[in-house]
Design a protein around this ligand. Structure first.
Ligand SMILES: Nc1ncnc2c1ncn2[C@@H]1O[C@H](COP(=O)(O)OP(=O)(O)O)[C@@H](O)[C@H]1O
Ligand SMILES: [Mg+2]
Length: 357
């Protein structure tokens, strides 16, 4: 549906998008995820035609649109900052595009009603923009873009002004709608949870380049760079020395002496040092000795209550510090407290090498 080939965009001497290539499949929900300033908005503006690339080409549906103006591209964009027609009601703002397309009035009314329902603004349909909150105006902008059902919808942090609960509902609604109508979404966010909740695939953007591209689960479970591991979710990043190989596994040593077994497929031949990423929730903790590979003992230095989970700060007998996350499920389960000595286990597959030399 979209093909970006070697696109570079500079502002003066600053390179905002750096020789970036990316294909977006028809009907997929692709998210551009990255910290503020990494070039996400610039990339969307290049797709929409509000910026022209200095190098590279952009194809939409096989057509080279690199130098076509926005109105000649079949994409629709919801911006981070949105403009509504101040003199039109919410309903008329949302229906505006359909009137321009000469959609018959009964169909237009039904689609507007559906879009307003989706963004929970049915009761505000007759209000004017100045009578709405920031979050409500953002939802109007979203409804206005969705109602036209463009082939590709570009969404630049469209949920950023919403409070947590509404934001979560809208994430699910938007995902549902995208699936049901088979629309192609390119969605921008700096919020990793939002990206994991909504996306088929995620492109992690760092300094104008794609750091990693993959299915949401793949990005989470198999981050391929320290930046990706750290940006998505929480990660314990440990510098290790490779001390031996044995067929399908390898032994690595963390400073202080803690030794762990990793899958040797993770380590390139000849690597002597590496950076291992361990997700906090993958560390299995028990007061009883566990029957597992990568068993070690630790003391709980600090316990932080987080509602559904407890964040534990561990220090192993070798002095390695680790963050762990345990579910706060029921009173039937073991409870952990500061000062407890515990056994920790780690499955081979949960040790991910994100860098090796
Ligand atoms: N029109 C512009 N002129 C100069 N610099 C710009 C312009 N637009 C964006 N930039 C710079 O390019 C970088 C990427 O910006 P942007 O794409 O908005 O990042 P993001 O959306 O990921 O936060 C930033 O450092 C920003 O200051
Ligand atoms: Mg932006």
């Amino acid at each position: 549906m979209i093909e970006i080939r070697g696109v570079t965009k500079r502002f003066g001497s600053f390179t905002a998008v750096d020789n970036l290539s990316l294909s977006v499949r028809a009907g997929e929900f692709l998210t551009l995820l990255g910290p503020s300033g990494c070039g996400k908005t610039t990339l969307l503006r290049l797709l929409a035609g509000f910026e022209m690339p200095d190098e590279g080409v952009i194809l939409l549906d096989g057509q080279d649109v690199s130098h076509l103006p926005p109105y000649r591209r079949s994409v629709n964009q919801v911006f981070q900052s949105y403009a509504l027609f101040p003199h039109l009601s919410v309903r008329d703002n949302v229906g505006f595009g359909l009137r321009m397309q000469n959609v018959p009035a009964p169909e237009a009314a039904a689609r507007v009603a559906e879009a307003l329902e989706m963004v929970s603004l049915r009761e505000q349909a007759d209000r004017l923009p100045h009578q709405l909150s920031g979050g409500q105006r953002q939802r109007v902008a979203l409804a206005r873009a969705i109602v036209c059902r463009p082939k590709v919808l570009l969404l630049d942090e469209p949920l950023s002004a919403l409070d947590a609960k509404l934001r979560h509902n809208m994430q699910l609604e938007l995902k549902h709608l995208q699936r049901r109508l088979g629309l192609t979404f390119v969605f921008v966010t700096h919020d990793q949870e939002e990206a994991l909740t909504m996306s088929d695939r995620i492109a992690i953007i760092h300094r104008g380049r794609i750091e990693q591209l993959g299915a949401a689960g793949e990005i989470y479970h198999r981050p391929r760079t320290p930046f990706a591991a750290d940006f998505i979710g929480q990660a314990n990043l440990l510098q290790v020395a490779v001390v031996g190989r044995n067929g399908t596994t390898a032994r690595v040593r963390v400073g202080g002496g803690l030794e762990l077994t990793v899958a040797s497929a993770e380590l390139p031949a000849g690597a002597r040092t590496a950076l291992v990423s361990i997700r906090p929730e993958k560390i299995c903790i028990s007061k009883q000795r566990l029957d597992t590979e990568n068993l070690f003992e630790a003391t709980i230095e600090e316990e932080i209550f987080q509602g559904a989970t407890d964040q534990l700060r561990l220090v192993t007998t070798q002095g390695t510090r680790l963050h762990a996350l345990v579910a706060n499920e029921s009173a039937m389960q073991e409870a952990f407290h500061e000062g407890d000595r515990v056994y920790c286990g780690l499955h081979l597959d949960d040790l991910v090498i994100v860098q090796a030399e």
